[in-house]
Design a protein around this ligand. Structure first.
Ligand code: NDP
Length: 285
């Protein structure tokens, strides 16, 4: 088990680059003051890893918050993602330029393909993913991105990418109690790809669950803190999102306890509930 003791402890990616073990999620964080204030709050509380995407339409505000926070750029870890309509070689390069301009940054720490092109939408889905990856690889080699990866890729989407010059370093997938994506989880672990856990709180839907609440009580913690710690103890990197200062703080207070093996087993064997229901091969976006 990883022995993380604070927000600045890191996972090491397969290229040696370090990524802080807790990321700050920003999906559904409205652009404007809400996003600026949430990110500034998070950075002031010690978060150094921010997760955004072109599709979240808040990159400009996140860029503004990064500027206003006055933290040395090297201390921050910023992730963004290329959206589905921009898949392909040239369009990915263009999408990256827009992202980096909106964020007002010189480089990104991590850039991800947001969703795989899949066979329900494209005959040549594998080739589209490879073309997107070719652009990511070029940006990586030029130094404009320090690490590259994918999101929502299952093993059959990853297979071709594993035969290219630069292998994915991260796969960001939905991962929470009741939904551990065992096959993808195993594939990524076997291939030295760090798994980031999106919706670690099930977009809030985990938090009323009685089993999680009972376990939380034992440790004098909240269900949210159990969900986040559970991700780390499963060797995945959680990306909790909040725009509420007290919760942003609460979600960092996870380093002063360890979930017992028995409780881990209980959570690991919970049946499916509170998931997004989004399947990478079935989504229509
Ligand atoms: P989470 O699972 O992190 O849950 C966020 C929700 O829980 C919000 O409603 C938030 O409310 C609430 N919340 C947060 N902390 C607490 C707390 N301590 N107590 C009670 N309620 C709390 O949500 P997301 O689905 O947003 O996932 C997290 C991140 O993962 C995203 O923001 C994004 O960065 C990434 N993601 C990536 C995807 C992908 O396809 N790659 C897809 C989905 C997410 P409030 O904000 O009002 O405080």
């Amino acid at each position: 088990m990883n022995n993380f003791s604070n927000l600045n402890d890191t996972f090491t990616l397969n290229n040696g680059y370090k990524i802080p073990c807790l990321g700050f999620g920003t999906w559904q964080t409205p652009d404007g003051d809400t996003a600026v204030n949430a990110v500034i709050e998070a950075v002031n509380l010690g978060y150094r890893h921010i997760d955004t995407a072109a599709a979240y339409k808040n990159e400009k505000s996140i860029g503004k918050a990064i500027k206003e926070s006055n933290i040395n750029r090297k201390e921050l870890f910023i992730t963004s993602k290329v959206w589905n309509k921009d898949r392909g070689y040239k369009t990915t390069l263009e999408a990256f330029d827009k992202t980096i301009n909106d964020l007002q940054l010189d480089y990104l720490d991590l850039y991800l393909i947001h969703w795989p092109a899949s066979e329900n939408q494209f005959k040549d889905w594998d080739n589209i993913n490879l073309e997107t990856w070719r652009a990511m690889t070029e940006l990586y080699k030029s130094g404009k991105i320090k690490s590259i990866g994918v999101s929502n890729f299952m093993p059959h989407h990853l297979k071709s990418l594993m035969n290219t010059e630069i292998k994915p370093m991260v796969n960001q997938i939905e991962f929470h109690a009741g939904f551990m994506q065992e096959e993808t989880f195993k594939y990524c672990n076997d291939n030295n790809i760090v798994i980031e856990a999106w919706s670690p709180l099930g977009t809030g839907k985990m938090l009323d669950n009685n089993i999680l609440k009972e376990i939380a009580k034992k440790y004098n913690k909240s269900a949210a803190q159990i969900c986040i710690k559970w991700c780390l103890q499963n060797n995945t990197l959680p990306l909790p999102k909040s725009v509420t200062p007290s919760r942003i703080k609460e979600n960092t207070e996870i380093f002063d306890f360890v979930i017992s093996e028995d409780d881990m087993k209980t959570i690991n064997s919970m049946p499916y509930f509170g998931g997004s229901g989004l399947h990478p091969d079935k989504v229509d976006f």
